[in-house]
Ligand binder design. Sequence first.
Ligand code: SF4
Ligand code: SF4
Length: 132
Amino acid sequence: MAENRGWDEFDAGAILFTFNEKVDNIATTLAEDRPYSSSSSFTASVGDWRIEKPIFNKDYCIDCQFCWIYCPDVSIIARDKKMIGIDFDHCKGCGICVEVCPTNPKSLLMFGEHLDDDECLASWPEKDEKEV
Ligand code: SF4
Ligand code: SF4
């Protein structure tokens, strides 16, 4: 399929292939190197209904990979088992990555989509001290 189509422009029963060609070693091929077809959701920016965005603060991250495992949109970018950022073309702003992040303070927090990233990082909360 060469052209992009909307979801309601396909014939009923159409088969949509994820890739344009066979991919060997999919597990070791980075997403940006895979031959995604134009009907794959990977090729479209589908994060435009997000009203809040996760901001990543690497100062607190322990690279546990929980966010990568639990993100329902495969929008956490990790390389060599290290969290390096968020794919905002696909992130829907669900906040699950923030919920599962175990650090104190969290290494991911949700902020309004319109806010400046540097300002979000500057307003990061302090560590919560345990009451004794
Ligand atoms: S907000 Fe949701 S979709 Fe976006 S990176 Fe976090 S878990 Fe993934
Ligand atoms: S869940 Fe939090 S600590 Fe773990 S890799 Fe993700 S951002 Fe880092």
